[in-house]
Ligand binder design. Structure first.
Ligand SMILES: Nc1ncnc2c1ncn2[C@@H]1O[C@H](COP(=O)(O)OP(=O)(O)OP(=O)(O)O)[C@@H](O)[C@H]1O
Ligand SMILES: [Mg+2]
Length: 328
């Protein structure tokens, strides 16, 4: 049984536009211009227990909107979803106690209080038994190196410290499902890496089901084996990160060194030359039949060494975003 089941989920935002100025405010009382944005369009997917899924897409693709619906913060316009068997937007207490959402762009801790006060508040809200609270807090403080931070006013924390505290607050009740919306946004490279390591280890140890959005390719490459790519509200790809290259790039790159000089005209016609010297060549060959074509080159050329490369995954994702970020 999947932990997250989404079927034909759609969200259309309706809002009113008002031209600036007092007169227009008065006019808009009587005649308002209604605008709509189809943020999420008939999205369907399932996530199994313990999976860590990267949920990717360019700005405005519908990621946050989808996660907010799954967290029960937003009502969908149409469609269905179940998380842990619950319809999220019914906001059942039993569901609230089993998931968490962390939004990197949004502060969920009490700004003027030390983080510890927010943690204690969560203990009450989620009715966490004292021994479990202590044990979990100790574990998380240790893992996230949070000791010095607990009693400092949240407003005085660095962004990295605050994100760790946000994460701790979200994990105290040991949720089975975790939605992470850009948990590494704005962090420096070291803090990003630490956050990444924590998320990975936590997913492996606790078997928590995680959906994570990020604009950082390093996050995706390090964390997610499966990615769901959404663009303009529509799912464009759902599958292994490695399979994405095949969908986006129709070529593979072959690097060769030769035992003796090879003229450009001796290279086969199907190989598109990217770079060459007399004794080396980097060529692009069609992905289709790449095995047969490689064998042919091995037979006809004086090859000393050969490597076949997939495009690096971050280039692949970047390409997806470039191709799709342009207006239709
Ligand atoms: N409250 C709202 N009212 C009207 N339109 C909205 C609202 N929230 C989001 N939208 C629109 O819905 C679309 C999807 O937004 P969403 O925040 O889900 O994108 P996203 O994939 O999270 O983008 P980003 O990567 O920039 O965070 C965008 O066109 C956005 O402008
Ligand atoms: Mg977003």
């Amino acid at each position: 049984m999947p932990i997250i089941e989404v079927r034909d989920l759609s969200k259309t935002y309706t809002y009113h536009r008002k031209a600036p100025g007092l007169w227009n405010s008065v006019k808009s009382l009587f005649k308002r211009q209604t605008l709509t944005t189809e943020a999420v369009k008939r999205v369907s997917f399932t996530v199994e227990a313990g999976e860590l899924v990267g949920f990717l897409g360019p700005n405005g693709a519908g990621k946050t909107t989808t996660l907010k619906m799954l967290a029960g913060i937003l009502y969908p316009t149409t469609g269905e979803a179940r998380v842990l068997g619950y319809v999220p937007w019914e906001r059942k207490a039993a569901y609230q106690k089993q998931f968490s959402i962390v939004m990197g762009q949004k502060n969920q801790l009490w700004w003027d209080l030390p983080a510890m006060e927010s943690f204690l508040l969560n203990k009450e809200i989620y009715e966490i038994p004292e021994p479990q609270f202590k044990e979990t807090l100790n574990e998380l403080t240790e893992l996230l190196d949070l000791h010095e931070v607990l009693d400092v006013q949240v407003r005085k924390l660095s962004l990295g410290q605050r994100m760790k505290a946000e994460l701790t607050a979200a994990l105290l009740h040991r949720p089975k499902v975790l939605f992470l919306d850009e948990p590494t946004i704005g962090l420096d490279v070291v803090a990003q890496q630490k956050m990444r390591e924590f998320i990975k280890a936590y997913n492996q140890q606790q078997k928590t089901t995680i959906m994570l959005t990020s604009h950082y390719m390093e996050d995706v490459a390090a964390l997610a084996q499966r990615v769901i790519i959404i663009d303009r509200g529509i799912i464009f790809y759902d599958g292994p990160l490695t399979g994405l290259a095949a969908k986006v790039h129709e070529h593979k790159t072959v690097r060769m060194t030769f035992t003796k000089p090879v003229a450009a005209t001796d290279l086969p016609a199907f190989a598109h030359i990217i770079e060459r010297t007399p004794t080396t060549a980097t060529v692009r060959i069609p992905r289709k039949d790449s095995a047969r074509r490689t064998a042919e080159m091995l037979k006809t050329l004086p090859i000393d060494d050969i490597t076949i490369e997939e495009e690096p995954i971050d280039d692949v994702i970047r390409q997806v975003f470039l191709n799709h970020a342009q207006p239709a």
